[in-house]
Design a protein around this ligand. Structure first.
Ligand code: 13P
Ligand code: ZN
Length: 275
């Protein structure tokens, strides 16, 4: 099969286009990665080539050794992915140490995988181990409202989680583990990758102050849906705070406990504090 005919590649391209139309990907902002299944890589092997050199990832992901990933290119625009996927995304293979990668398909006009490759791979490794291999997608975007909130709210997991949960009844059901927050850091390197992957051990969402958000999930629908839900909640909070600094009423800790019981989710007590 041709790479572009594969369902996982089509799903990847669709997410890029949907994200662009949400206004989350100005210029080359944001990046996406997918840990490819064995049977999926077999189905497209006719188009893979093994002539490009190994390059350093910039971190070590031994639990992903030998695996293949579909990732966006560095400096490439999400809005162009649907028009010319082969020039804007690529498939990489990791070596047996989990410290180097090589491009086996794509980026046909040159380039390299996203500058956030260390964060993507470290998050994918953490999620692979934590979910017994179920989670395959890591998505980074620059959604306006969640970024705006990082200038206003204390950069604490418990504050962001509780405020976002209060903005829409579905939120605690969609992200019952809450969200983590990373204070401002230089993007693109190992240091921010370590901080983010540490949060990903506990959460499916990590917010980068004054920059954007990382989400992880089983598939493209769940991961995009998670980004969409968190950002929608942030938009409501921005509107609420713009109207008045005080809420007249909200969802209470007691309400959250009732919701958890009926929807059969566990909501950590650390987020149900009295204000
Ligand atoms: P890349 O173009 O290298 O993927 O970087 C975009 C970005 O959002 C960095 O955080
Ligand atoms: Zn970014």
């Amino acid at each position: 099969m041709k790479v572009l005919d594969a369902e996982f590649v089509q799903g990847f391209i669709r997410l890029c286009d949907d994200g662009f139309h949400q206004n989350w990907h100005e210029r080359n902002g944001g990046n996406l990665s997918y840990r490819i299944k064995d049977e999926e890589i077999k189905s497209i092997e006719e188009e893979l080539t093994y002539t490009q050199p190994w390059q350093a990832i910039g971190t070590s992901v031994p639990n992903l050794a030998g695996e293949y990933f579909l990732v966006t290119g560095s400096g490439k625009y999400f809005r162009n992915v649907i028009l010319d996927p082969a020039a804007n995304i690529c498939i990489i293979q990791l070596d047996e140490t989990g410290e180097n990668f090589r491009i086996v398909w794509g980026l046909v006009k040159g380039g390299r995988p996203t500058s956030e490759l260390p964060s993507h791979l470290m998050n994918l490794e953490v999620k692979k181990l934590a979910t017994n291999g179920r989670y395959r997608v890591v998505y980074h975007a620059h959604p306006t409202n969640i970024i705006a909130l990082t200038f206003i709210l204390p950069l604490e997991d418990k504050v962001f989680t509780r405020e976002l949960w209060e903005m829409a009844t579905e939120c605690p059901v969609v992200f019952p583990d809450g969200v983590g927050v990373v204070g401002w850091m230089v993007p693109g390197g190992r240091e921010i990758a370590v901080a983010t992957s540490e949060l990903m051990k506990k959460y499916d969402v990590a917010i980068w102050a004054h920059h954007g958000m990382f989400c992880s999930g089983e598939d493209f629908d769940l991961t995009f849906g998670l980004m969409h839900t968190v950002e929608k909640s942030a938009e409501i909070l921005v509107k609420v705070l713009s109207i008045s600094p005080n809420k007249r009423q909200t969802i209470s800790p007691r309400n959250f406990r009732e919701l958890a019981k009926d929807f059969k989710v566990t909501l950590p007590e650390e987020f149900l504090y009295e204000k």
